[in-house]
Design a protein around this ligand. Structure first.
Ligand SMILES: Nc1ncnc2c1ncn2[C@@H]1O[C@H](COP(=O)(O)OP(=O)(O)OP(=O)(O)O)[C@@H](O)[C@H]1O
Ligand SMILES: [Mg+2]
Length: 253
């Protein structure tokens, strides 16, 4: 049998392979369903999920980061590096191996949260170093050099509240990159700044990811400036039932 992890591109392994994965969310009689019939993301790819508020962007990213449990899975395999075989994420969820899922996330994924997620009582330097200290990585100059590249080196010893929103978003990006993960998932990393600043931050982020051959999945409302950076857009469509009680978004790519 042909190895499914090399079927699309012979030189690049497939990092994410999902088939018929869904997640249902219900509140107050209204149901939302995200359905992924088929999704494959190869190593080093830069993917964008663009869509209106509520269409399920964060839901998909949280599943890719093993934060949100799918309701149904036919297949969900994850292969963060070429040296190792693919990991059967469907099996880990089924057996509720939360520690293993947490370890996978910690080691292989950087996450830029929609709300920034910086800890207010830690300095910028400590916030950026957090992903490294969780893994007990030795102190080195990674945080300093990332801060220089992101243009926030002069803020390293300040608290996040003394920074502008755009600067805080750069810190959040730096934190997601500091432990040098092979995959970075970014949930609207430029949501709270003007379009000009958004384009600058996004292009900095994609540039840093490109240099490091990082696989990127980014969610955003705005396609224009992301398109210019050469990201692959995931196809999706959202369907609402006539009574408005059920919404389903289907993502393929
Ligand atoms: N905790 C929850 N419980 C029940 N339903 C939820 C919950 N969080 C979100 N939803 C529903 O799931 C759907 C998708 O939400 P999601 O956060 O993935 O959207 P999004 O595309 O990220 O939106 P935004 O652009 O506003 O961040 C929404 O319609 C929402 O109503
Ligand atoms: Mg969201």
């Amino acid at each position: 049998m042909e190895n499914v992890f090399r079927s699309r591109n012979r030189t690049k392994p497939i990092v994410y392979h999902l088939r018929d994965v869904t997640r249902d969310r219900a509140s107050e009689g209204v149901t939302f369903r995200l359905r992924v019939p088929s999704l494959q993301i190869t190593q080093g790819e830069k993917i964008a999920l663009i869509g209106e508020s509520g269409c399920g962007k964060s839901t998909l990213l949280d599943m890719l980061a093993f934060i949100a449990q799918p309701t149904d899975i036919a297949a969900f395999r994850f292969r963060p590096d070429e040296e190792n075989d693919a990991i059967d994420v469907a099996h880990l969820w089924k057996k509720r191996q939360m520690n293993q899922l947490g370890e996978l996330r910690k080691h292989h994924i950087g996450y830029v949260m929609q709300t920034g997620g910086l800890l207010p009582y830690l300095t910028v330097r400590e916030n950026m170093a957090l992903s490294r200290s969780v893994l007990e990585l030795p102190p080195d100059d990674t945080v300093d050099s990332l801060a220089r590249e992101l243009g926030i080196a002069r803020h390293l010893d300040k608290l996040p509240e003394t920074l502008s929103v755009g600067e805080r978003q750069r810190v959040a990006i730096g934190r997601a990159l500091a432990h040098e993960p092979p995959i970075v998932i970014a949930d609207e990393p430029t949501a709270s700044v003007d379009p000009f600043a958004a384009e600058k931050i996004m292009s900095l982020f994609i540039g840093l990811a490109e240099e490091r051959n990082i696989t990127v999945v980014v969610a955003s409302h705005a396609w224009r400036h992301i398109k210019r950076l050469g990201l692959r857009r995931l196809a999706h469509h959202t369907h609402r039932s006539q009574d408005g009680r059920t919404t389903e978004t289907v993502v393929n790519g």
